[in-house]
Design a protein around this ligand. Structure first.
Ligand SMILES: Nc1ncnc2c1ncn2[C@@H]1O[C@H](COP(=O)(O)OP(=O)(O)O)[C@@H](O)[C@H]1O
Ligand SMILES: [Mg+2]
Length: 240
């Protein structure tokens, strides 16, 4: 996109757990301002890739570059401080803290901006503002997902990683979630997200990657992926 260097570049990445190699020579790029989708079957290594990029697991081989800087093997808190936030699929809020407390923790690396940023989050997610004193465990699934995203946005990251943000949400809330992701992106945060609702997610994605057994299988624009007959049959529920 527009000749700018990528905000995130993953090259030749191998990673896994113990003896199990999950990622094999994975390559991926996200350019400033982009919304990029990753999809593929269960167990393809999508979450493992998110963990390797955000520093939660150490890559075995290859490189992760963020805004031109090598971050391979850096601890997650350092990567967050450089401007990349990650929202895991599960356990992404502190259940026994209030909404406001969750957001404070999200902003702890830049306390001077916390109050203002929290206000901005309440504008983006009004329902969180109304409930700011409520414990996170009392929230619905959709509200909790909003809180997880808001918490990740407190430091105004250049890149937001989202692992299945619409998982487990009612169809109406899925569309809502995708609309919010677009709104977040339009404030200047690039998005890399894993989604099972691939068809809907492709509608808002600039580009997408299909992963299979820990490898790059296909990449292209939403239209290219949606127009690929074989991928359509395999992953998008298209009939022959
Ligand atoms: N913490 C872990 N320890 C060992 N194996 C894991 C762990 N997490 C995931 N795996 C394995 O890694 C493979 C890829 O998993 P994952 O990255 O979660 O796939 P996806 O997100 O695409 O469904 C699977 O075989 C899974 O069982
Ligand atoms: Mg996963």
């Amino acid at each position: 996109m527009s000749g700018k260097p990528p905000v995130l570049q993953v090259t030749g990445l191998d990673a896994g757990y113990g003896d199990l190699q999950v990622l094999h020579d994975v390559n991926l790029e996200v350019y400033p301002g982009e919304r990029v989708l990753i999809f593929g079957p269960n167990g393809a290594g999508k979450s493992t890739l998110m963990k390797a990029v955000s520093g939660l697991i150490h890559p075995w081989e290859g490189a992760v570059t963020f805004n031109g800087r090598a971050i391979t093997g850096m601890p997650p808190e350092k990567i967050v401080s450089l401007g990349m936030s990650y929202v895991p699929q599960l356990d992404n809020v502190f259940a026994n803290l209030t909404i406001a407390e969750n957001l404070e923790i999200g902003g702890v690396l830049d306390r001077r901006r916390t109050a203002q940023r929290m206000q901005e989050m309440f504008e983006l997610f009004p329902v969180l503002g109304e409930r700011r004193k409520r414990m996170a465990h009392t929230l619905s699934g959709g509200e909790r997902q909003m809180l997880a995203m808001a918490r990740a946005l407190m430091l105004k990251p250049a890149l937001l990683l989202l692992d299945e943000p619409s998982a487990g949400l009612a169809p109406m809330l899925v569309a809502d979630t995708f609309r919010r992701i677009v709104a977040i992106n339009e404030t200047g945060t690039a998005i890399l997200m894993v989604e099972q609702n691939a068809k809907q997610a492709l509608e808002i994605a600039h580009r997408g990657y299909v992963f299979e057994t820990g490898r790059n299988r296909f990449e292209g624009t939403g239209a290219e992926i949606l127009g690929n007959k074989e991928l359509g049959k395999l992953y998008l529920g298209e009939e022959e």
